[in-house]
Design a protein around this ligand. Structure first.
Ligand code: NDP
Length: 409
């Protein structure tokens, strides 16, 4: 395998850090071209010392100057850049072979789209790209010759469980819905752990604190996605993500609760077979799979021990307990830019919950109200239109929260 240059967008986050962990085990195969962060400058500094990238990108000029000065004292010659244009630069640079898209939220959308326009191999963790702009993004992938490999553990598991010809076509955005039948696929099955409140008394949901919601039973993740897992919005976003990624209608997607998170997802075939991908719940596995493809590389992950693993259990999702999942299906049904509105309202609601401004149960209320008030656009031609809708929906969600707090006083 020729050494590959990689830009890691969101290097200081949970996925970004795991990506660097896998790379550190496979230094002969990968050269870190660029790393980016928003505010964790000290962490980015340590990553620069360890991986000596050509570029480090931060959000603003003062952080860039600070990082530059810190690096010079250590005689590290990484060039420090800042701002949205610099993110686009390292996502699309001609010397970059692959891009890890691991910025959280809609902020990750533009640089991921830049990587797609430049025809890069994209290791896609940022699910919001597909939720907000799925059609546009996949169209860009098809037109530019870029490829997309799913990092999200469920989509990665599905990808691994698909026939090889499907995998190849899918990565290039060339897979058609009709092809499912001819390949003998009857549905894809997304597994969900159910998060920390799967069996919690529903009457105490309103008293759930951010600290309680951040404690995922199986996975160690960033703050926003941890809350999404607790509300099961994460599974809703993943259903939308899967529709675009696998070019599959929502009615061919099943959601199954599997609390142990050992089976990461499955594909059901017409002959009755169900193929699953299993493993210890650790994001380094799907990251290593995407980095190494077509080879398997060391992920530094503990082997799955069948003899200390709990029984594997499955149950149907409870929509009453997790209304966010239902809202995501509703956004899919509405189509147009409804998923963009859903995502924006969710990001605002989660941020307010993490700041102790609203209750856990208010998250779904804010999203539902925003979706009912925000008008849908019939035609979406451009990313600018979607970003405009994203701003409108965020403002609306914030206003709903302000009114909610006032009414509670
Ligand atoms: P984290 O919050 O841990 O990290 C987010 C990264 O994005 C950090 O590097 C952060 O920088 C950077 N960032 C945040 N805001 C901005 C911004 N406005 N502009 C530029 N950079 C920004 O997130 P995760 O690693 O958990 O998740 C990343 C993505 O991967 C999400 O879309 C998530 O849904 C998806 N994902 C995550 C999984 C997981 O296990 N964590 C599993 C599957 C998907 P800084 O650190 O400086 O703030």
């Amino acid at each position: 395998m020729k050494q590959q240059n990689i830009s890691i967008l969101g290097a200081t986050g949970s996925i970004g850090t795991s990506t660097l962990d896998v790379i550190s085990l496979n230094r002969d195969k990968f050269r870190v071209f660029a790393i980016t962060a928003n505010s964790q400058i000290d962490k980015l500094f340590l990553q620069c010392i360890e991986f000596n990238p050509y570029y480090a990108v931060v959000a603003n000029e003062s952080d860039a100057n600070r990082l530059h000065d810190m690096l010079r004292t250590k005689e590290v010659d990484t060039e420090v850049l800042y701002g949205a244009e610099s993110l686009a630069y390292v996502a699309s640079h001609q010397n970059v072979d692959m891009v890890m898209a691991a910025i959280v939220g809609a902020a990750g959308l533009l640089p991921t789209l830049d990587a797609a326009r430049a025809g890069k191999k994209i290791l896609l963790a940022n699910k919001e790209t597909l939720v907000v702009a799925g059609d546009l993004f996949m169209r860009t992938v098809r037109q530019s010759g870029a490829s997309v490999l799913p990092v999200d553990s469920e989509h990665n598991a599905i990808f691994q469980s698909l026939p090889e010809k499907v995998r190849l076509a899918m990565a290039n955005g060339k897979w058609k819905t009709e092809d499912y039948q001819s390949s003998g696929i009857s549905s894809i099955i997304l597994t969900a752990s159910g998060g920390p409140f799967l069996d919690t008394d529903i009457d105490i949901f309103a008293n759930i604190t951010p600290q309680m919601a951040l404690k995922h039973p199986n996975w160690s993740m960033g703050r926003k996605i941890s809350i999404d897992s607790a509300t099961m919005m994460n599974k809703g976003l993943e259903v939308i993500e899967a529709c675009h990624l696998f070019n599959i209608p929502a009615d061919l997607i099943e959601v199954v609760i599997h609390p142990q998170s050992i089976i990461h997802s499955m594909v059901r075939y017409i002959d009755g077979s169900v193929l699953a991908q299993m493993g210890t719940p650790n994001m380094c596995t799907p990251i290593a799979y995407c980095l190494g493809l077509p080879e398997r590389i060391d992920a530094g992950v503990e082997a799955l021990d069948f003899f200390t693993t709990d029984a594997l259990c499955f149950r149907a999702p409870d929509i009453e307990r997790f209304p966010c999942l239902q809202l995501a299906f509703e956004a899919l049904r509405l189509g147009k830019d409804a998923p963009c509105i859903l995502n924006a309202a969710n990001e605002i609601a989660v941020a307010n919950f993490l700041d102790d401004k609203i209750r856990f149960t208010d998250i779904a209320r804010v999203i539902e109200k925003t979706m009912s008030l925000c008008p849908l656009n019939d035609d979406i031609f451009s990313i600018e239109q979607l970003l405009q809708k994203d701003t409108i929906a965020r403002d609306m969600a914030q206003q709903i929260i302000t009114d909610m707090i006032k009414n509670d006083e």
